[in-house]
Design a protein around this ligand. Structure first.
Ligand code: NDP
Ligand code: MG
Length: 328
C-alpha cells in the first residue's frame, strides 16, 4: 500500500478564509493548535467549560465561551476534548447546532470510528492529527517548521473537505514537515495499537520487568533505574536520528552482540501473537467499548492503577534519581 505525502505547496490557506473555527478544548492540543491557527490568519474562537482551560484561553486573548455557544457561533467545529468525553459533550452541547454546511474535525478518529459521534448528513467530517504532543506542535511552529501530521476525510459533503483538512494542516505547520493522507480507521487503529503495544504499554512493562529483575536479585535500585529506564531515552534518541543500525554503530560490539542473541529470547514470537490479538480487540471495537464503559463509570480502575504505579519502586527510585542528578 503506497501513501501520499503532502507539503506546503499542496495546500492553500484559502479554504479557511471567511470561516470561524471553534476550537473545543484548550488542553495540550487545543492550546497549541488554536495558537498556530490564529497565527496563520484563521478566525479562531475557543469553547471550554469554566475553569483552568477557560482562563488560559482568555489570557491568550481568544474569544472564549461555553462549548454550546462556540459550536453555535462557528462554521467549523474542531473537537480537541479527551476522546472519552467527545460523545457526551457532543450530544449535549454541539449536536443542537450542527447544521448542513458545518465542518466537524478532530485530531484523532476515535469518537467517529467507534460511533461515539454520529454527525448529521450534509456536514464535512475530517481529521487533522499532528504526530506529536501539543508542546512540540507549538514549539516547532514558532521555530518556523512543524511536526509531521496525518489528514483524513471521513465525509466530503461540500466537495472541499480535503482542501479544508490541508489548509488546517498548513496553518499548523504540519505541511512544512509533511502530511500523510489516510483514513480515520487507519489512524485510529494504528494509533491505539502503537500506544498499547509498543510506546506506552509494552515499553513500560519491559522497563518495569527489567528493573524488578535486577532489584529482586539484590542489585541497587538506583543502578537498576539507570540501566533499565534512564538509558532508554539515550538509545531511542539514536534510533530516532538514524535508525537501529545507527544505534548499533554507537553502542559497543558487546552490547550489539547481546542485542542479537538475547533480544529474541526475551521478545519471543508469542509476544507477536498477543499483539495480533490486541490488534483484533482494537479493530472489533472491543477495547474501545470497555474503555468507554470504564470512563463513564468515573474511571475507577484507571485511578486505582495510576495510584498503584505511584507506589512502584521504579517510580519512587526514579523521582529520587531525577532530583539527585538534575542540573542545579
Ligand atoms: P487534554 O486532556 O490535554 O485537554 C482536554 C481539554 O478538554 C481541556 O481543555 C479540558 O478542559 C477540556 N475538557 C475536558 N472535559 C471537558 C468537558 N466535559 N467540557 C468542556 N471541556 C472539557 O487533551 P489532549 O489535548 O491531549 O487531546 C485532545 C484531542 O487531541 C484528543 O482527541 C486526542 O486524541 C488528540 N491528540 C492528542 C495528542 C497528544 O499528544 N496529547 C496528539 C494528537 C492528537 P478543563 O481544563 O476544563 O478540564
Ligand atoms: Mg499516537
Amino acid at each position: 500500500m503506497s501513501i501520499n505525502i503532502l507539503h506546503d505547496g499542496d495546500a492553500s490557506l484559502d479554504a479557511l478564509s471567511n470561516r470561524t473555527i471553534a476550537v473545543i478544548g484548550f488542553g495540550a492540543q487545543g492550546r497549541a493548535q488554536a495558537l498556530c491557527l490564529r497565527d496563520s490568519g484563521a478566525n479562531v474562537i475557543v469553547g471550554v467549560r469554566p475553569g483552568k482551560s477557560f482562563d488560559a484561553a482568555t489570557q491568550e486573548g481568544f474569544r472564549t465561551m461555553s462549548v454550546a455557544e462556540a459550536a453555535a457561533a462557528a462554521d467549523h467545529i474542531h473537537i480537541l476534548l479527551p476522546d472519552e468525553m467527545h460523545g457526551p459533550v457532543y450530544e449535549s452541547q454541539i449536536k443542537p447546532s450542527m447544521k448542513p454546511g458545518k465542518t466537524l474535525s478532530f485530531s484523532h478518529g476515535f469518537s467517529i470510528v467507534f460511533g461515539e459521534i454520529v454527525p448529521p448528513e450534509g456536514c464535512d467530517v475530517l481529521m487533522v492529527a499532528p504526530k506529536g504532543p501539543g508542546t512540540e506542535v507549538r514549539k516547532r511552529f514558532v521555530e518556523g517548521f512543524g511536526v509531521p501530521g496525518l489528514i483524513a476525510v471521513e465525509r466530503n459533503a461540500s466537495g472541499k473537505a480535503k482542501d479544508v483538512a490541508l489548509a488546517m494542516a498548513k496553518a499548523e505547520g504540519l505541511t512544512r514537515a509533511g502530511v500523510l493522507e489516510c483514513t480515520m480507521k487507519q489512524e485510529t487503529y494504528e494509533d491505539l495499537f502503537g500506544e498499547q503495544n509498543v510506546l506506552c504499554g509494552g515499553m513500560v512493562d519491559l522497563m518495569k520487568y527489567g528493573f524488578e529483575t535486577l532489584i529482586e536479585a539484590g542489585y541497587p535500585p538506583e543502578m537498576a533505574y539507570f540501566e533499565c529506564v534512564h538509558e532508554v531515552k539515550l538509545i531511542m534518541d539514536l534510533i530516532y536520528e538514524g535508525g537501529i543500525q545507527k544505534m548499533n554503530a554507537v553502542i559497543s560490539n558487546t552490547a550489539e552482540w547481546g542485542e542479537y542473541v538475547n533480544g529474541p529470547r526475551i521478545i519471543t514470537p508469542d509476544v507477536k501473537a498477543r499483539m495480533k490479538e490486541s490488534l483484533k480487540d482494537i479493530e472489533t471495537g472491543k477495547f474501545a467499548k470497555a474503555w468507554i464503559a470504564e470512563a463513564r463509570a468515573g474511571a475507577p480502575n484507571l485511578k486505582a492503577k495510576r495510584e498503584a504505579l505511584g507506589q512502584h519502586p521504579v517510580e519512587i527510585t526514579g523521582a529520587k534519581i531525577r532530583s539527585l542528578f538534575e542540573q542545579k
